[in-house]
Design a protein around this ligand. Structure first.
Ligand SMILES: C[S@@+](CC[C@H](N)C(=O)[O-])C[C@H]1O[C@@H](n2cnc3c(N)ncnc32)[C@H](O)[C@@H]1O
Ligand code: SF4
Length: 380
């Protein structure tokens, strides 16, 4: 089984926190050269997945919902033509609330898109203004209601916590509102200040500050408690799903399944190499059309594969599978992990479950620190 990710690099407005590759323009979406190059890339790279069956297609961005139905249809037709797609393939599209309409939703259904991810971010207008989102809370509510009413069953929303000024009560209200809808999945991210974004620059100049570490921890703990009480399973640091509704696409990333990323800035992985496309739409279109290189590639040595496995596995509820480690990374990898894990188990940050090592909730709070300690240094 394999996955395909398609990066649509257009947004209607610049969100102050976002470092995903995107161009802000309302007209660029009409530029057919992007769709042409994307389809050409798909055909050039159709062997990347070695004829494996595709179990998930993910239209992400940027804002895929700036594309019209004909453009989406052209993309999906191309993918279906070139790849072996499973009958029950999960096909997800990220929607921004201000793009949702009944007609648009019906169009998505006719294209066999069966999972939608709505970027709500917050139910509070003050947060949405601060983040420089294009929509307000009312639009998000109407969008979510119409998605559910139109018969989409597999619905997920994105929320952000740790926003400057957000109190625990604000976050609790946001979570209550989210769980009042019949959503099957929630992705909740702690706001990060990325270099080069508006927020990143404001942070450097001291015009904005990150929330206190204790407040971050309380908001994370509240998120886990409320999601679990609402019937969701916490299967990855930022992801919660009702039983049977974990994201196939994201789970594949965490389980080292191959995926092909198409479009500017998209990443690909096939077990042995990792590739990333240029973060420049014009350069991407030109290079794809003229047969020039449009990506960089890294061959993954065993140490890099080990580190990547640890980095992703420790973020999930499945944790590090010790049998897998012993089989793939042999005694050296196994001993390395067992030696390091002792102190974390003693501190209550990690637990041994069946034949896996899993972070506890306390461990999840400082997962970045724990993961960096588990990284195997290179020999040089
Ligand atoms: C890149 S966006 C694409 C989806 C869509 N354009 C949208 O904005 O909803 C995917 C998600 O990443 C999250 N995200 C992006 N940058 C983030 C940041 N710096 N901190 C926290 N979450 C972030 C947001 O929740 C967003 O919904
Ligand atoms: S968060 Fe979404 S809408 Fe906002 S800039 Fe990033 S990709 Fe575009």
């Amino acid at each position: 089984m394999a996955g395909i990710y398609i990066h649509v690099p257009f947004c209607r407005k610049l969100c102050f926190y976002c470092d995903f590759y995107h161009l802000v323009s309302s007209s660029v979406k009409d530029d057919q050269s992007f769709i042409g190059a994307l389809l050409k890339e798909a055909s050039l790279r159709k062997d990347y997945l070695a004829n494996e069956t595709v179990s998930t297609i993910y239209l992400g961005g940027g804002t895929p919902s700036v594309l019209g139905m004909e453009q989406l249809e052209a993309i999906l037709d191309g993918i279906f033509r070139l790849f072996k797609v499973a009958d029950d393939c999960e096909i997800t599209i990220e929607l921004n609330p201000d793009d949702v309409s009944e007609d648009y939703l019906n169009g998505l259904k006719s294209l066999k898109i069966n999972r939608v991810s709505l970027g709500v971010q917050s139910w509070k207008d003050s947060d949405l203004k601060m983040l420089n989102r294009r929509h307000d809370a009312r639009q998000a509510m109407i969008a979510l209601e119409s998605i559910i009413a139109s018969g989409f069953e597999n619905v997920t929303i994105d929320m952000i916590y740790g926003i400057p000024g957000m109190t625990l009560k604000d976050w609790e209200e946001n979570l209550n509102k989210s769980f009042s809808f019949d959503i099957k999945h929630l992705s909740a991210y702690h706001l990060t200040f990325e270099q080069g974004t508006v927020f990143g620059k404001m942070l450097e100049k001291g015009l904005i500050s990150e929330i206190d570490e204790n407040d971050s921890a309380s908001q994370f703990n509240l998120l886990v408690d409320k999601a679990v009480s609402a019937g969701f399973i916490h299967y990855e640091i930022s992801n919660f799903g009702k039983p049977g509704y974990f994201s196939v696409h994201n789970s594949n990333y965490w389980k080292q399944v191959s995926y092909l990323g198409l479009g500017p800035s998209a990443h690909s992985f096939n077990g042995f190499t990792r590739q990333w496309n240029t973060r420049d739409l014009k350069g991407y279109v030109k290079a794809v059309n003229s047969g020039k290189p449009f990506f960089e590639r890294e061959d993954l040595d065993i140490r890099t594969r080990f580190n990547e496995y640890i980095m992703t596995a420790l973020r999930t509820m499945w944790g590090i599978d010790l049998e897998y480690v012993e089989r793939v990374f042999e005694k050296e990898g196994y001993d390395y992990i067992m030696n390091l894990s002792g102190k974390y188990k003693n501190y209550g940050l990690m637990k041994h479950e069946k034949n896996s090592l899993v972070l506890t909730n306390q461990g999840m709070l400082i997962s970045d620190n724990i993961i960096s300690e588990f990284m195997m240094p290179s020999e040089e």
